[in-house]
Design a protein. Structure first.
Length: 110
């Protein structure tokens, strides 16, 4: 398990505009993940709805989708299902950019 891995994330219940149903999520936690009990993930969607600046197109998922970087979840390891693959280096760089935007963080060196 490492940063950039794509897992099915079990979401048994949600409210309001939260992501609903089990869906792929990209691990965005850093550091030594093997020692953690929870991880941060961004959820993915296959929908062609509203594209935002915080959405990153992914080709690494079983079907083309978008990492929705405004949907950052901290999940217990028990929510991780099947591993579906790993994002490319370019996709991870775009996810990092979108996370900085979603969280209002400045670019390094600026």
């Amino acid at each position: 398990m490492k940063r950039g891995d794509i897992y099915v994330i079990s979401i048994p219940c949600a409210t309001g505009r939260e992501m609903q149903k089990n869906r792929p999520g990209v691990i965005v936690s850093g550091g030594e993940l093997e020692k953690r009990e929870v991880l941060q993930v961004v959820m993915c969607s296959g929908s062609n709805g509203h594209a935002l600046e915080t959405h990153v197109r992914l080709r690494s998922t079983p079907k083309p989708s978008r990492a929705m970087c405004e949907h950052i979840y901290t999940v217990d390891l028990s929510r991780l299902g099947k591993c579906l693959g790993h994002v490319t280096e370019d996709e991870m760089a775009e996810i990092d950019r979108a996370l900085r935007l979603a969280l209002g963080l400045s670019q390094e060196g600026s």
